[in-house]
Write a protein that binds this ligand. Structure first.
Ligand code: FE2
Length: 213
């Protein structure tokens, strides 16, 4: 058998990166508490949103189809927008994006209060640059956010990776959030919300950002 080269290396190319930071346990704890209260109030009072969720087969409550401008709806969302604006600049910088003088602007924000048994099948967020979610209420067993390798369609003959392969070599990777976790990813990255197997609901706030020039 021929000897392997002594200094063989693997070079990561075309890497897909997901941004994660924990806002819980920081000076933003009070904002998370405030957002939790507002989300609960919305879930009990927003009849239009509840009706929309029912018609879409969404198990739980979402403001997606009823309240277009959460920032104008409650000051807590305006505060969250300010936080996210800063985070978004950090993400773009870490990803070494050339924004060509443009700015990343919030285009949509919505509340998800996923009831036990609820899930959200694989999807992307069209017409956006970045998407993300802030987790407000995450009971044990309420599921992870599952990201899918965007090259999956090219892998017809590729061998699967072993079950213990490192995350960057898997074709589907779960990220389990906790209260206060903020995740941001590029909007073309397909993801799905695993079934909430907890006894109570999971609350999160999702958003899209687009590049304005
Ligand atoms: Fe999504």
């Amino acid at each position: 058998m021929r000897e392997l080269p002594a200094a063989a290396t693997l070079t990561p190319l075309f890497v897909t990166e997901v941004y994660r930071t924990e806002l819980g346990g920081t000076g933003l704890d009070s904002l998370i508490v405030q957002l939790d209260k507002v989300c609960e109030k919305m879930a009990s009072q927003d009849a239009e949103g509840k009706g929309w969720a029912d018609r879409q087969g969404y198990i739980g409550y979402t403001s997606y189809g009823s309240i277009d401008d959460l920032v104008a709806f409650d000051p807590a969302f305006a505060d969250l927008k300010s936080v996210l604006n800063v985070q978004m600049l950090a993400v773009a910088k870490m990803l070494e994006m050339d924004l060509r003088g443009g700015t990343l602007e919030l285009t949509n924000m919505w509340v998800n209060r996923l009831a036990p048994g609820g899930a959200h099948t694989g999807h992307i967020h069209p017409h956006s640059v970045f998407s993300g979610t802030l987790y407000i209420n995450v009971p044990n067993g309420s599921g992870a956010l599952q990201f899918e390798d965007p090259r999956l369609g090219f892998m017809m003959h590729a061998p699967m990776r072993t079950a213990n392969a490192r995350p960057h070599r898997q074709i589907s990777v779960p990220i389990a959030p906790q209260r206060g976790t903020l995740l941001i990813w590029e909007s073309w990255l397909r993801h799905e919300v695993a079934t909430n197997r907890a006894a109570t609901h999971r609350t999160s706030i999702s958003f899209n950002y687009d590049l304005k020039t």
